[in-house]
Design a protein. Structure first.
Length: 479
């Protein structure tokens, strides 16, 4: 996406949620204009962006699009001018939302999606005085968590859903409007029960959090509620689970229909326990801890395509590939996640090989030895690898890998990968030898003619190019 074709998002309200929206759009290649009268808005959004730049690209094994441009506007009209998406994220006051949404609707393009981040109001509430907004309710941090609840005009929600999927999010369109939508109604139930447990002295805030994160929170992250309970029913499934545990619904296990009085004593009790639990860390430190944990869990889910990991996998497959650098094909572009660094603060040697392996897989796709080829019973196996470390690679660095074919005759494929830090500094080289295999006999074999021809074309094109980092020219055997 070139600068001239970048789409524009306008963010009205630059708090935690507005800042998260700005980061999500910006890091997916959109230009973003922010309108917020708060004099600290630029600083606050800058801090959110710093966290997002550190974590969102770490979810992916491909590079996200080049960032768009970020601007801060003092006039609402200037902010929304030409915007394809306008997101209102101001405080939850209906009178204020009526005023702001009316002003947005008066000047916005008729084609623009106008979304509200409201966690509780229905579209009929928001539009009672003539606005045309839909609910587009995200979850914090917006730049990492994919869910967005959409409520409102069906055609507009469909259009919004397509845009959200293009920036790696998961739109969930409600069948009918209801106060607090879906997710917050579920969260409110857990929140009310938790308040009672603290007030009645049954558990502290830390003990409640431990009960969630050590048990059902992990299950929910990849299967949700009903699929988890289906498994709990054993081979007989959900019907057996309902029959077994349904009677418990009439037992006095819950206080959902009652709310503890929100007294100063209760507030002080919970605030004090929360300080004891997490007061040793700043909010920014907690945010980075949260983000690193989310990245790790979502990347684990990505391997199986479950939950939020499936959303990232689908989005990653839509990210562009196929560029060149220094006359060689780019076979991998990615940001180094914090989890790849060791006690010295730089990328662990294991991940140099992992990055090169990803580049090899991509090159195999380029010559036709892709997943379909493997499924047909043929592939290349690595038999020898040499790594040369030339410079440090740190968390957050953008790695660009180029691949040179040193030879490709017969059963052999000899590749030379260069790992460039931020596309400029050569950080490492990885030389790898592969042999073509018949997966049925588990013996070496000649590749299919189309694959062999494609490989030979690259070998001819790359012949005579120096293999920097190895001290050899193409064609020299490895030691």
């Amino acid at each position: 996406m070139t600068e001239g074709t970048k789409r524009k998002a306008a963010i009205v309200g630059g708090g935690v949620i507005g800042g998260g929206w700005a980061a999500r759009f910006l890091l997916n290649g959109w230009n973003v204009a922010v309108f917020d009268p708060d004099p600290d808005a630029e600083r606050k959004i800058g801090e959110v962006l710093a966290n997002a730049r550190r974590s969102l690209p770490a979810l992916y094994d491909r590079a996200l699009p080049d960032e768009g441009t970020l601007s801060f506007q003092t006039d609402l009209r200037d902010a929304i001018a030409g915007a394809d998406w306008i997101q209102e994220s101001i405080p939850e006051r209906l009178d204020l939302k009526h005023k702001v949404l009316a002003a947005i609707g008066a000047d916005a393009s008729s084609e623009a999606v106008i979304g509200s981040s409201t966690s509780g109001f229905k579209p009929s509430d928001l539009n009672a005085e003539g606005a045309r907004a839909i609910v587009a309710h995200p979850f914090n941090p917006v730049y990492l968590l994919p869910l967005v609840e959409l409520v409102g005009d069906r055609a507009t929600c469909d259009k919004a859903a397509d845009i959200l999927r293009s920036i790696g999010m998961f739109p969930l369109t409600l069948r009918k409007e209801i106060d607090a939508h879906i997710a917050d109604r579920l969260l409110e139930a857990v929140w009310r029960e938790s308040l009672w447990l603290v007030k009645d002295g049954v558990a502290t805030t830390e003990e409640i959090d431990e009960a969630i994160r050590m048990g059902f929170g992990i299950r929910w992250a990849q299967m949700g509620l009903f699929e988890t309970y289906r498994i709990a029913g054993g081979e007989a499934g959900m019907q057996h689970f309902m029959a077994q545990f349904g009677p418990a619904l009439s037992w006095p296990w819950t206080k959902l229909m009652d709310v503890p009085e929100f007294t100063d004593d209760l507030v002080e009790l919970i605030a004090g326990q929360s300080d004891d639990q997490s007061g040793h860390m700043s909010i920014r430190e907690l945010e980075r801890l949260r983000d690193d944990n989310i990245v790790g869990m979502v990347r684990a889910l990505q391997r199986t395509g479950s939950g939020a990991g499936g959303v990232v996998r689908t989005h990653e497959e839509s990210l562009p590939t196929g560029s060149e650098l220094h006359g060689l094909p780019v076979t991998a572009t990615r940001q180094v996640p914090a989890s790849w660094t060791d006690y010295n603060g730089h990328m662990n040697e294991t991940h140099y090989l992992e990055t090169a392996s990803q580049a090899t897989d991509r090159f195999m796709e380029m010559i036709g030895a892709d997943a379909g080829y493997v499924k047909s019973g043929r592939s290349y196996f690595t038999v020898e690898t040499h790594v040369c470390y030339l410079g440090e690679v740190l968390a957050g660095d953008r790695l660009v890998v180029t691949t040179q074919v040193m030879s490709g005759a017969g059963k052999r494929m000899h590749l030379f990968h260069r790992l460039w830090r931020d596309g400029e500094t050569l950080a490492a080289t990885v030389e790898t030898m592969l042999i073509h295999m018949d997966l049925g006999t588990r013996k070496s074999s000649l590749p299919e003619p189309a694959v062999a021809d494609a490989l030979e074309r690259y070998a001819t094109r790359h012949a005579g190019m120096a293999a920097e980092g190895s001290g050899r020219a193409v064609g020299q055997p490895s030691g």
